[in-house]
Design a protein around this ligand. Structure first.
Ligand code: SIN
Length: 487
């Protein structure tokens, strides 16, 4: 490897682009599956970005809400870093051209979502925040001559020399295999929603980057910790479902059962804005009992400007949310677990780094607070990029390169079978018996493709965590009984 080998960033979502832009005083090779903002989960994000910008709000208050949502499983230092960096992250996004929505007095408009004790969320283009942020990031990356992008790359192997990651290999769209040398490899490959029967993620958010790093021996953390969004649009037969943003509930929309009764009444003091895991379990039960709906008719004439993305998705499925409640269902939304990283994105493997959803530095605890994920991508992506730009290049000795891949993929029917297993055992409500059954079935599938191996590790982690914690809810959780001590 030459000392001017580039920093390789795998993934073109908000974390990957933020890392690439910060690293760009050094040469950066950005490898993505598709061009521009296409296909990134970040582009689909509707809820905005949380930051303590309102009068009287503080990073400490934002941190408190983040830890309460995360069931205090959070790494407090990471949380404080995130919330303290949030206002500057918003300012940076504005500087690269993101036009956040403003109120009549020209001030940033602050919305409210579940788990926040006050309005704290900035949006751009109403519910089109992710798309607006991605447009600005993609344009900034295109304008940066030190970033060279290769789209149409599915990275499926890591190169290791003397225990250090020194490059990747990718299958290109035309089927050719191409190798890339790098002085560092950053995985920003997103989450695992694609392993579930219904997800708000793109269908190919299948944990490929996570599986690859695991195959190379990188340390992992909290893999059982998966967040389900309570309100994806319930479209029968679809796998990747449009989101029906929580900001609608922040604006007064109510969840209803099949009899038109308020679903969250008496369930939690915060009602429809209760923590996401509680709402997701309630909606899942209602769906089993005949269905759940979100009534947002009161948004009225503001629909096209405030929630254009949800409106378009509903109309595309012949549902007019101005006239009728929206059918909703929970969907796998965000992986709190992932590759164990520190504040600078370092994994346990020299030369390998991670940012965004594939990484787990403990910031989200056991349940991510709404609108903290785009923020995480910007804050920790940029930190990592700056760290890499400043880090001295490491020249490895001339030892043999070892290639580590995640192996072959499941066939489409086997992947479908795996998604069903994950839906039954790893959904919003879990128990030991279902996890054990799914593990046995997964063992049989694991020889057929890497996705089953990854699922098996997640199932085993969930089986091992015998008590409920945040989004990991076990209905066979035995109360913790204090040990009887001899008198
Ligand atoms: C939403 O818009 O409801 C999702 C926001 C988030 O996941 O942070």
């Amino acid at each position: 490897m030459s000392i001017d080998a580039p920093i390789i960033v795998v993934g073109g979502g908000i974390a990957g682009l933020s890392a690439a832009l910060a690293a760009a005083p050094a040469p950066v090779l950005l490898l993505t599956r598709r061009p521009g903002a296409v296909g990134a989960a970040s582009t689909l994000a509707q809820g905005g970005i949380a930051a303590a910008l309102g009068a009287g709000d503080t990073p400490a208050a934002h941190a408190r809400d983040t830890c309460v949502a995360g069931s205090h499983h959070n790494d407090v230092a990471m949380v404080e870093l995130l919330t303290a960096s949030a206002p500057a992250a918003i300012a940076w996004l504005q500087a690269i051209g993101v036009d956040f929505d403003r109120d009549g007095d020209g001030r940033l408009q602050l919305g409210r979502e579940g788990g926040h004790d006050r309005p704290r969320i900035v949006h751009a283009g109403g519910d089109g925040t992710g798309a607006a942020v991605m447009r600005a990031l993609v344009a900034a990356a295109r304008a940066e001559s030190r970033i060279h992008r290769v789209a149409g790359c599915d990275v499926d192997a890591l190169a290791l020399r003397d225990g250090r990651v020194v490059g990747v290999s990718a299958t290109l769209d035309d089927g050719r295999q191409q190798r890339f040398d790098g002085r560092a490899v950053v995985l920003a490959t997103g989450g695992i929603g694609g392993l579930f029967p219904a997800t708000s993620n793109p269908a190919d958010a299948d944990g490929g980057g996570l599986a690859l790093a695991m195959a190379a021996g990188a340390a992992i953390r909290d893999l059982e910790s998966v967040q389900f969004h309570p309100t994806a649009l319930a479209v029968p037969g679809m796998h990747s479902l449009p989101l029906v943003t929580e900001a609608l509930r922040g604006a007064g929309a109510r969840l209803l059962d099949r009899d038109g009764q308020p679903l969250m009444a008496g369930v939690h003091p915060l009602g429809d804005l209760a923590p996401r895991d509680i709402v997701a379990r309630r909606v899942a039960a209602a769906v089993r009992d005949g269905g759940a709906w979100l009534d947002a008719r009161h948004i009225g004439a503001a629909w096209p400007t405030a929630f254009p993305t949800v409106l378009a998705a509903c109309l595309a499925h012949a549902i007019d949310p101005r006239l009728q409640p929206i059918p909703v269902t929970p969907a796998a939304h965000f992986h709190m677990g992932g590759l164990a990283t520190d504040a600078d994105g370092r994994t346990s493997l020299p030369g390998l780094f991670a940012a965004g959803e594939v990484a787990c530095n403990g910031v989200h605890g056991a349940n991510r607070l709404a609108s903290n994920s785009l923020l995480e991508g910007v804050v920790f992506g940029r930190r990592l990029g700056h760290w890499l730009a400043a880090a001295p290049s490491t020249r490895t000795s001339g030892g043999e390169v070892e290639w580590v891949g995640h192996g072959r993929s499941l066939s489409p029917p086997a992947l479908q079978r795996l998604r069903v297993l994950m839906g039954v055992a790893m959904g919003p409500v879990r128990n030991g018996a279902a996890l054990q059954t799914a593990l046995l079935e997964c063992d049989a599938l694991a020889a057929e493709g890497w996705q089953a191996g990854l699922a098996r590790t997640m199932l085993a982690a969930a089986r091992q965590r015998r008590h409920s914690l945040g989004a990991h809810y076990r209905d066979d959780d035995a109360p913790i009984v204090a040990p009887v001590t001899a008198a």
